[in-house]
Design a protein. Structure first.
Length: 308
């Protein structure tokens, strides 16, 4: 375990959270350990799998912008970026081995949550889910399109996350992939680019018009990004609660996030709603997800965070 570098400098992939889309993640070769991961879904209580409760009624339909970009292309691009990230991490000895206690922990939590993802996106049943731990001090985690998950050492160690808090982050990041926020943002980018070029041409504005319209497109993207984050909070709380993790940990998690940098949000929160607003929204959602948690099977084993 002494060969695992925990302070490497590794940039996030473009399709990861805070770098042009809204999801984060990274891993190594551990696919074999996940064979048949979704097989247990049929064994779960129907009351926990039911989707007419929880937050389903609060979450709208998928954006029509996603239809502008094929899902297969987005997932293939994410896969390529994920592989590249793993290679870079491996080259710096910053890809935690399968035997690492925190890798085992992250995969155990993911394995409990994944069966509940299928109701949110049928494609998730066929995703080759991966979970990896990256040796970087960054306070970050992500789930790229296609179920590619990564946690950074810094977020586990510095925040001393409980299993429930890890599940809140993981559920949130999975929700970005399930709701196809990256694909939606790509679709919006394509639509605004086409629209800007067309309008500039029609009005005879030339490149100056393109620049002005481009700034408007950026504002549009920022607005929807914040909406994506709020939606991911809702779906993430729902997923984690159904998997037997206490959704009240969402409050303690964001309290830790705010405290981590004297109230200034780390990069993980750069496009998220403000901390106090975030916590208030989570507290408003708890009455809908606590019943899911109460009747959900609880994890048979609990894990500890890395030594501080």
């Amino acid at each position: 375990m002494h060969d695992f570098e925990t302070n490497a400098d590794l940039p996030l992939p473009p399709l990861a959270h805070g770098r042009g889309c809204t999801c984060p993640l990274h891993q190594r070769r551990r696919v074999a350990a996940w064979a048949g991961l979704g097989a247990g879904a049929s064994l779960l209580p129907a009351s926990v799998l039911a989707q007419d409760d929880g937050v389903r009624q609060q979450v709208g339909r998928e954006s029509k912008f996603t239809q502008l970009v094929p899902a297969e292309q987005v997932e293939q691009a994410a896969q390529q970026q994920y592989v590249q990230l793993k290679k870079e991490a491996q080259g710096k000895r910053a890809l935690a081995p399968d035997s690492h206690p925190q890798v085992i922990r992250l995969r155990a939590i993911a394995q409990r949550i994944i069966p509940y993802t299928y109701a949110w996106n049928p494609r998730a049943r066929d995703w080759k889910w991966e979970v990896n731990l990256i040796g970087s001090k960054e306070l970050n985690a992500f789930c790229m399109p296609g179920g590619k998950i990564a946690f950074y050492w810094g977020i586990l160690r510095q925040l001393q996350l409980s299993d429930d808090e890890v599940a809140m982050i993981m559920g949130h990041e999975m929700a970005h992939a399930l709701r196809e926020h990256a694909r939606e943002r790509m679709g919006k980018s394509s639509a605004t680019r086409i629209g800007a070029n067309l309008i500039s041409s029609l009005l005879g504005l030339g490149q100056l018009g393109d620049a002005a319209l481009g700034m408007g497109a950026q504002l549009l993207t920022l607005k929807f990004s914040r909406e994506d984050e709020s939606e991911a909070d809702l779906v993430g709380l729902d997923l984690a609660a159904r998997a037997g993790y206490d959704p009240r940990a969402g409050v303690s998690l964001w309290q830790k996030m705010l405290k981590a940098n004297e109230g200034a949000p780390p990069e993980f929160m750069s496009t998220h709603p403000a901390g106090p607003t975030r916590i208030a929204d989570i507290e408003k959602t708890l009455p809908k997800v606590l019943p899911l948690y109460d009747k959900a099977p609880k994890p048979p084993e609990r894990f500890s965070p890395p030594a501080a």
